[in-house]
Write a protein of this length. Structure first.
Length: 110
């Protein structure tokens, strides 16, 4: 008896709405992917432009044409890179607490 007492119009309407919601979501996903594709193409074109603007070997100054400051800068950069002196840290924290009312409350030894 309960099978006959069901409201079939509402059941079919709910089924149709659920299918419609699924298709709308699929269309939204397709639209988002299309936008991502356009952005990726534009980014790729920009990268290609940048690569074409990079200097070639003929445009770079020869060693003999470089100034003494340029040569010194390159020498220092290579020295620091190969010796790793620029990345060494002591690992010691040097925090000197400033006297304040909060410092006395939090650390009574001050």
């Amino acid at each position: 008896m309960t099978l006959l007492s069901a409201n079939w119009a509402e059941a079919w309407m709910m089924a149709g709405m659920s299918v419609l919601v699924v298709f709308v979501i699929l269309l939204l996903v397709i639209a988002v992917l299309a936008v991502f594709n356009l952005v990726a193409k534009k980014t790729t074109a920009t990268v290609r432009e940048v690569k074409t603007n990079i200097k070639t070997d003929k445009q770079v100054k020869a060693f003999e044409e470089a100034s003494e400051e340029d040569k010194a800068a390159v020498a220092v950069a290579l020295y620091l890179y190969y010796n790793d002196d620029h990345d060494k840290e002591s690992g010691i924290l040097t925090i000197n607490p400033a006297p304040s009312a909060w410092g006395k409350v939090l650390n009574p030894r001050l």
